[in-house]
Design a protein around this ligand. Structure first.
Ligand SMILES: [Fe+2]
Length: 239
């Protein structure tokens, strides 16, 4: 099994604080059946700014340590890029997932859908394939089924309260596929989608869990990741 998204490197982001924790995580991932782990520290301007060189060095050092401890796990470098207006500048020196042309990208809920489309289109034009990290945790990419459920709740409330229908709720989505126009655009663009294992276990709440199950049923995911940040999380993620 391959873990496509993991914060196993120490001291580079909000992952483990020391190499001992990284080693523990490597052991837990191996025991859970993983043979390859992509090390993907956050790259977010103003918050997590480790250089690509630091990531490569971190991978090399941790690989030596886990090999010395007899843990059969192959580490590969990567990053988790944050989608904002500064990303094009950061991608002048990209660090894809291993030897691939894949770039792991997190879409924040604060970004307008149009900006997300433009930025991701630019990445595809430059010859890379965006791997959208945990879309089930991104409200912008919520499948329509859940929206339908929520709208039904609002309709019931309105009926109860005798409130008029709000005009902006006339906007609708297509009923085919996921029903989310942004998600469908990104699928058409050729993006890949990585689900977080913890989402299926309810680690991020019921909404993310339902979205994860829906996206899996609709065959949106083509890869999965632990998104593990520290050893204690393994109990709820790698079960
Ligand atoms: Fe992550």
């Amino acid at each position: 099994m391959i873990d496509w998204h993991c914060h196993i490197l120490a001291g580079l982001d909000d992952g483990p604080s020391d190499p001992e924790q990284s080693l523990t995580m490597a052991g837990l991932l191996s025991q859970a059946g993983f043979s390859t782990v992509y090390c993907t520290p956050h790259l977010m301007r103003g918050r997590f700014e480790a250089s690509n060189q630091q990531v490569r060095q971190g991978v090399e050092q941790l690989q030596q340590t886990i090999t010395r401890h007899g843990i059969p796990l192959l580490l590969q470098p990567g990053r988790e890029y944050y989608l904002d207006e500064r990303l094009p500048e950061l991608l002048r020196d990209p660090l894809p997932l291993g030897d691939s042309r894949l770039l792991l990208i997190e879409i924040p809920s604060s970004i307008p859908a149009e900006s997300a489309c433009q930025l991701l289109y630019g990445i595809v034009r430059s010859g890379f394939t965006p791997v959208i990290a945990h879309p089930e945790r991104c409200p912008l990419l919520e499948p329509a089924l859940q929206r339908t459920e929520r709208r039904n709740i609002w309709s019931s409330l309105r009926r109860l309260l005798h409130v008029q229908k709000r005009p902006q709720e006339k906007q609708h989505f297509t009923t085919e596929s996921t029903g989310n126009p942004l998600l469908e655009y990104l699928r058409d663009l050729g993006c890949s989608f990585q689900g977080d294992l913890g989402s299926f276990n309810g680690l991020y709440g019921q909404r993310a869990r339902t979205a994860a199950e829906t996206l899996r049923r609709l065959n949106v995911f083509d890869r999965y990741g632990s998104d593990l940040h520290f050893p204690l999380q393994a109990k709820s993620i790698l079960r």
